[in-house]
Every structure is written in C-alpha cells, then in structure tokens.
Design a protein around this ligand. Structure first.
Ligand SMILES: *Cc1c(COP(=O)(O)O)cnc(C)c1O
Length: 392
C-alpha cells in the first residue's frame, strides 16, 4: 500500500477553533510562494501591519504577526516583558489563565493568582485587591474572551485598574479579535496577542501581537536577554520593525501571511464594527434556537461571548457520542467541555466565517435530529422557527 495525497473531508467547524476558513483566504494561500525578502512581499508586510492596527484599534508601532499560533503570541508577550525575579498577577477563570501562569513560571517570575469560578468573568474587585497587595507586580494578565467557558471579562475596567497601580496590562484576545468589541488604545492595553483561526476566518498558524510604547520601553531596557531567541521582539523587529532593513531573522510563513492579508482585507471590507455586530446577531439566533430546544447557557447573559456558546447537555446523554454522530453524519464539528467543564457542556463556536445563518440552521437541525433519536428530553420542532424569528 502506498501513501497518496491527503484529501480532508469538508466539515463545518463550529467548535472553539479553528473555525471555517473563507474560500478567498484559502485561495490567497495557494498563490505562488515568493522570497520573504522580495520587495513585493515586503510591501505586503506593511499592509498586514497596517490592517492589524485597524483590527486591534491601535496606533502601536510594534504590531506584528508572530510566525506561530496563538500560544506563541502568549509566550511572546510574557517572555519579552518578564525577567527572572519579576512578579506578575494572573487572573484565572478558565483553561487559558492556567497557561498564563505556566508562562510566568517559565520566565523565572512569580505568578500571583487571582482565581475566579469558571464560567464567570474576572472579578475586578479581586484583581484590585491583588494589585493593592502586590505594588511591585510588573503586570496584570487576563484572558479577555475565555474560550474554555464562553465568558467575557471587562478588559476596559481591568486595564484601568492595572494603570492606577502603575502596572502593565497584558491581554489574551485570541478569541475576541474580529469577533467582539476590542479597543487596544482606548482601553490602554499594553501587550496583547491573538490568533488567526478564530474570528478572522483565516487558517491557523499566525499570532497577531501588539505592544504599547510603555511596554516597548520595558522590553528595550531589559537587564537580561529574552530567554527565547525566536520570540525575542528586539530581534524580530529587525525584520518586521517600522524602520527595519528587513534583515533575515527567520523565514516568514509566506503563504500563511497571504492568507492573513486576505482575511484582513475582508475584515476591512465588512467593517470591524459590522463584524462585531454580525457575531452578536448570529449568537442571538443560535441562542433562540438552542433555548427553544430546552438547552441552557452556563454564562450569564451580561458576560456571554457571542462567538463561543457553552450550553448544558440534556440528562442521561452521552455527550461524546453526540459529537461523533454530528461529525460522522453531518460533517459538523462542535466542541467538548475543557478542564472542570469536561463532560458537562458543549461549546458551539460562531467565529469568523463560521458565524453565518446556514451554519446556525445546520447546527440546530442536526443537533435536534441526533438528540431526539437518542431519546433526549428536548423540545422538538421549535428551534428553527425560533432562530428564524430572532435573525436580523
Ligand atoms: C485558542 C486559544 C489560545 C491558543 O491559541 P493556539 O492558536 O491554539 O495556540 C489561547 N488563548 C485563548 C483564549 C484561545 O482561545
């Protein structure tokens, strides 16, 4: 037997990411590879940076795509800002805050944890207490859109608290960028990272990051070298920097950057605020359908992410069997619960190109079909109509 070309099945991706990639983006990715120092490529790099500033709502000069997925963006922010012996306050209300803690420890710094119940937003009072108790903390880190639960924290308030205590604000926006309100300059975010595969309708593998001038000053005046050579922004800026000579640091993922460029062009065409509104309106339609079926949301309405819907599983239903039937019979992927929510919820993503009407109807009708066949205690025949009437 010989191995032949890989042809993946065509799926509808409604999990926690990756989400559906727009055909314009995969089309861009298939264009001819050119050198990463080719003047034509360098011109495109400038446009990518400019469009990332638009998406982040920032004037930050140091706004670049890191050549690796969201986790590398996380490492880029922590590794560059922290030095051995520093202290960092980390708010945890889900899986990704736990990874932030790991990052702080691996920098040789001390994490001060602010623990919040999963499914709830970060409590500003608890964050403020930690800031007061640790006036020597260098930064306050939190996840804006906790993909493991579907909760949105108030980044505006948390950043203001950090600044009131003369501390940098570091924000995970992997799931918020392009999907819901995010204002880097207005909120005073000092370091932020995201990913291409969630609300940007793009392929996985790139992590947009941005640093404020205040953060850049911290990075350029470090006493020690950044422990990661690859993620050291002092070196990366020789290639991506505003007045850089475009010196070789690493080979940029040329075709993946074509993809990001195209997805950002599409975001500009749609308009950032319109993209936020689309995610919200589609959430309302999905919610109406799921609730009509009898499922309920685990996050309070006020703190719910439109792009990540965590819902309860009907009693007595094998949740993994439901997901595998959706995948095998309907080519539909939805997400399982993570960490303390494993086995307790499904996570239904409406991110980027996945956030559209046809996906909502596919999800509601196939979920209803599978659940009713498995004998679940749900209301049948109401979900599609409820979604339809909630649709804008
Ligand atoms: C997906 C995700 C990450 C990790 O991104 P990868 O691209 O998988 O490395 C980090 N934080 C949050 C909130 C995420 O949703």
């Amino acid at each position: 037997m010989s191995i032949t070309s890989f042809n993946p099945p065509v799926r509808t991706l409604m999990g926690p990411g990756p989400s559906d990639v727009h055909p314009r983006v995969t089309g861009a990715m298939a264009r001819p590879t050119i050198g990463h120092l080719d003047p034509a490529f360098v011109g495109m790099m400038d446009e990518v940076k400019q469009m990332l500033q638009y998406a982040f709502k920032t004037q930050n000069q140091l706004t670049i795509p890191v050549s690796a997925p969201g986790s590398a963006g996380m490492e880029t922010t922590f590794m560059n800002l922290l030095e051995r012996g520093d202290k960092a306050i980390v708010c945890q209300n889900g899986v990704f805050g736990g990874r932030m803690k790991e990052n702080v420890e691996r920098c040789g710094a001390t994490p001060i944890m602010v623990e919040v119940e999963w499914g709830k937003p970060v409590d500003p009072q608890k964050a403020e207490d930690a800031l007061k108790a640790n006036p020597d903390a260098k930064l306050l880190a939190f996840v804006h859109a906790e993909t493991s639960t579907g909760a949105r924290s108030d980044a505006d308030i948390l950043c203001k608290l950090a600044h009131d205590h003369d501390t940098l604000a570091l924000v995970d926006a992997v799931t918020s960028l392009g999907g819901s309100e995010l204002k880097v300059d207005e909120w005073g975010i000092d370091a932020i990272y995201s990913g291409t595969q969630k609300c940007l309708s793009c392929t996985p593998g790139i992590s947009p990051v941005s640093f404020s001038d205040r953060a850049v000053e911290v990075i350029t005046s470090r006493n020690t070298k950044v422990q990661s050579w690859f993620l050291d922004t002092n070196l990366v800026m020789g290639y991506w920097g505003p007045n850089a000579k475009r010196a070789y640091h690493h080979t940029a993922p040329v075709n993946a950057l074509y993809a990001l460029h195209e997805s950002l062009v599409m975001l500009q065409e749609e308009g950032l605020e319109n993209a936020w509104a689309r995610h919200y309106n589609n959430h309302l339609a999905l919610r109406a359908g799921l609730e009509a079926m009898g499922l309920s949301f685990i996050v309070d309405e006020a703190h719910r992410l439109p792009q990540l819907n965590s819902v309860t599983i009907p009693d007595g239903i094998d949740e993994a069997a439901v997901r595998s039937r959706l995948l095998n019979e309907f080519n539909l992927e939805i997400g399982a619960g993570l960490g303390s929510l494993a086995g307790k919820v499904w996570r239904i993503g409406l991110m980027g190109h996945s956030s559209r009407a046809e996906n909502i109807f596919l999800c509601l009708s196939s979920l209803e079909a599978v659940l009713s066949e498995m004998g679940a205690d749900i209301n049948t025949g109401a979900a599609l109509e409820a979604a339809q009437s909630a649709m804008k």
